[in-house]
Design a protein around this ligand. Structure first.
Ligand code: QAP
Ligand code: CO
Length: 168
């Protein structure tokens, strides 16, 4: 297993639209294991393939307290179950050090494939609903900072660019 490098905002590769997964092979299983390992090592609750520069429609999530309940969603589709919105302080492994409040539908139904290509459905609310929507946004080239004001987004961008220059 290996820990993968996570792209950071404003890297333009985070804007790519991911392609559906069509091949369910050993290589996909290795990618899933590596994404989980990378997410746990970074102490994240969700990671989309886009963030590790793989432009395929898959994401991993673990919102459990004990960090022992990994979930994999391949080619996920989201249906909004309730118009009500919930607010969460969102962060992102691709936007390290920044958290801002974002509103999203509070209850969703996800249809996705598992690692073997079998379809499943799952209803989600609270943090899981927020996290899945956040991760699916990544697959569409979208980041949580896109929901903020231009001013806030530009401040975050400037601070991260400065840090990237320092460590380059
Ligand atoms: C998305 O984000 C999410 O800045 C997943 O220094 C986050 O796992 C959905 C992280 C919150 C809903 C609520 C961020 C770790 C992890 C950081 C993450 C950091 C270290 C973010
Ligand atoms: Co993210």
């Amino acid at each position: 297993m290996s820990i993968l490098q996570i792209l950071e905002f404003p890297d333009p590769r985070l804007r790519k639209i991911a392609e559906p997964v069509t091949i369910f092979d050993e290589k996909l299983e290795v990618l899933i294991e590596d994404m989980l390992e990378t997410m746990y090592a970074a102490e994240g609750i969700g990671l989309a393939a886009t963030q590790v520069n793989v432009h395929k429609r898959l994401l991993v999530i673990d919102v459990s307290e004990n960090r022992d309940a990994p979930q994999v969603f391949i080619n996920p589709e989201v249906d909004i179950l309730e118009d009500e919105l919930s607010e969460y302080d969102e962060g992102c492994l691709s936007v390290p050090g920044f958290y801002e409040t974002v509103s999203r539908p509070c209850a969703v139904k996800i249809t996705a494939l598992d690692a073997r290509g079998e379809e499943f459905e799952q209803e989600a609310e609270d943090i899981l609903a927020t996290c899945i929507q956040h991760e699916i946004d990544h697959l569409n080239g979208k980041l949580f900072v896109d929901y903020l004001s231009t001013l806030k987004r530009q401040r975050i961008r400037a601070k991260l660019e400065k840090e990237h220059k320092k460590s380059a």
